[in-house]
Design a protein around this ligand. Structure first.
Ligand SMILES: NC(=O)C1=CN([C@@H]2O[C@H](COP(=O)(O)OP(=O)(O)OC[C@H]3O[C@@H](n4cnc5c(N)ncnc54)[C@H](O)[C@@H]3O)[C@@H](O)[C@H]2O)[C@H](O)CC1
Ligand SMILES: [K+]
Length: 519
């Protein structure tokens, strides 16, 4: 069945996100491994018509792909099949708790299973000449899965050669070992399998491989609801050799004679998330107010107390420096600012610089749509309206209730198809929707608390979304990660300070919260 949040094919990154989201829903990774092992066993058992006189060789790596192999060994053995397990490496190096458990079980259930952990290539070659190996019915490749990185190292490299040199039918688990599951690229070598049993969904790089997709109990909710997995993968790691500016350069354009807090809250949230540089471009007269929030902010002032077309050139220059732009918080509604916004937004739509439009910016966008000056948003733009703001852009009446997810999503997608882009519709449940001609997708956020319905929390959300954009996340993934984190920060502020929370409490908690979550 296909849902509005499904992907046809998945990447290694998607796999780890789904694992983490399943874990946040309370499903331990060991459960998924158990399902993977049993599903693969059933398929192999039926396909090769195995019986109690059959024998199977399983080559296992020290990651979770190897763990799947060890789990298969156990399930084959329960059907009376003789199993010969070769672990490629020392068992003390097995990387996860669930794989280690399966190794211990394989070594406990010795009636039908013989297991070897190989210390060197010579030992491996000797085992591959043994009578059991030569007379087996099939060989299972559980060496490397979605965790493969870089060149194939020993002893895995020789193990791949040994599998390929054997005449036995070969089944790969999840990914033919050695192949990059995202691209299908084989840097050096990979297992030439007869077919691959892959988990949850086909991997993006699979083209000419005979594949059987096995469900392993990853619930629909792990794909629909934004969770820890989405946040973890959006907080990208800094490379060791990064220099200043390579982990996010953000430009915030906002503020007016009446509002200085909104752009400050957005910029402070972005800085606290850990990006390298944030320039706040604000109208003349409020620069020092914004500066006073943090010496880490770079603040530039425009020519007058509200933005006008005279600020366009500077806004363009700063935007070309930035990795992402946020425009809108506190801009106000001065007619000259509206003109400036119009000119700027038409320019940035053409440039495809990743950009978040929030608050007063959304109202001005509505005017542009009404006057047919804009027909459609590009996929590089994220807008973050609540329901009333959305109504200023597209006409619609009431929507199904916030928790009637399927109905509400269908309706929202049909409304938003007219305007395009990535839209984060704020509400009790937040809906993040990416409109695409091929297939629009939607994710739902459930984090947050009613106490967040106070001034400033939307500016924090806009700041986080643009910060995620600035470190290289896609507009859709940025919106998902930001809205989830924003909700968690609201919950955490409520825990720390009680029900009277401010946006500043959320920002105050940001760093320690991420540290606590080990992100
Ligand atoms: N949600 C799911 O689909 C589930 C899938 N499962 C299985 O888990 C693997 C992914 O496990 P992971 O531990 O992340 O990675 P691998 O086992 O693929 O490999 C890590 C392991 O391999 C070593 N290694 C990496 N690259 C190389 C290389 N080029 N040469 C030699 N060795 C390499 C690395 O050092 C690690 O030790 C997935 O494919 C599924 O099979 C889960 O069982 C359940 C959930
Ligand atoms: K494999």
């Amino acid at each position: 069945m296909s849902f509005f949040f499904d992907k046809d094919t998945i990447t290694a990154e998607d796999v780890s996100q789904l694992d983490a989201n399943s874990a946040s829903l309370g499903i331990p990774n060991g459960y998924l491994m158990e399902c993977a092992g049993l599903q693969a066993t059933n398929k192999i058992y039926e396909h090769y018509k195995l019986n109690s006189s059959s024998s199977v060789v399983i080559m296992c790596g020290i990651g979770n792909n190897g763990g799947d192999g060890l789990c298969i060994a156990r399930h084959l053995a329960t059907r009376g099949i003789s199993v010969f397990v070769i672990l490629l490496g020392d068992s003390i190096h097995i990387r996860t708790q669930e794989s280690r458990l399966n190794w211990e079980l394989v070594n406990t259930l010795t009636l039908k299973i013989r297991s070897y952990s190989i210390k060197n290539i010579k030992q491996l070659k000797t085992l591959c000449k043994s009578e059991f190996f030569m007379n087996a019915d099939i060989i299972i490749d559980a060496l490397l899965g979605t965790g493969v990185t870089g060149k194939i190292r020993e002893p895995i490299s020789t193990a791949i050669d040994m599998i390929n040199q054997s005449n036995l039918p070969k089944i790969s688990i999840d990914v033919p070992s050695g192949m990059n599951p995202d691209t299908g690229q084989i840097t050096e070598k990979s297992v030439n399998c007869d077919f691959c049993i892959t988990f949850h969904a086909k991997k993006k790089g699979f083209a000419n491989i005979k594949t059987w997709v096995a469900p392993i109990g990853i619930p629909l909710e792990a794909s629909l609801f934004i969770g820890d997995g989405d946040l973890r993968s959006a907080i990208k790691k800094r490379d060791k050799d990064f220099h200043k500016g390579q982990y996010g350069k953000l430009l915030v354009i906002g503020g007016s004679s009446s509002y200085s807090g909104a752009p400050s809250l957005a910029a402070m949230s972005a800085l606290e998330l850990g990006i390298d540089l944030c320039i706040c471009f604000v109208p003349k007269g409020i620069g020092n107010v914004v500066r006073s929030f943090s010496p880490n902010l770079i603040v530039q002032e425009g020519v007058a107390e509200n933005f006008s077309n005279s600020d366009f050139l500077q806004a363009k220059k700063l935007s070309n420096w930035a990795d992402a732009v946020l425009i809108g918080p506190g801009l106000g509604k001065d007619p000259k600012t509206v003109e400036f916004f119009e000119k700027y937004i038409l320019w940035i739509l053409g440039k495809k610089i990743p950009c978040v439009v929030d608050a007063d910016g959304i109202k001005m966008l509505g005017k542009l749509f009404k006057e047919s000056k804009i027909a459609r948003l590009t996929s590089s733009i994220v807008i973050t309206p609540h329901m009333e703001e959305l109504k200023s852009i597209v006409r619609f009446k009431n929507l199904p209730k916030f928790d009637e997810i399927e109905k509400r999503t269908k309706k929202l997608i049909s409304i938003l198809e007219k305007i395009g882009g990535v839209i984060l519709v704020k509400g009790v449940y937040d809906y993040v929707i990416k409109i695409s001609k091929k297939r629009s997708i939607c994710r739902v956020n459930r984090s947050g608390c009613p106490e967040m319905a106070v001034g400033g929390t939307g500016d924090v959300l806009a700041g986080l979304t643009s910060a995620f954009l600035s470190i290289g996340n896609s507009p859709f993934n940025s919106a998902c990660a930001a809205v989830y984190l924003n909700g968690l920060l609201g919950e955490s502020a409520k825990k720390s300070y009680g029900p009277r929370i401010h946006a500043t409490d959320m920002i105050k908690n940001l760093k320690s919260f991420l540290l606590f979550k080990k992100f």
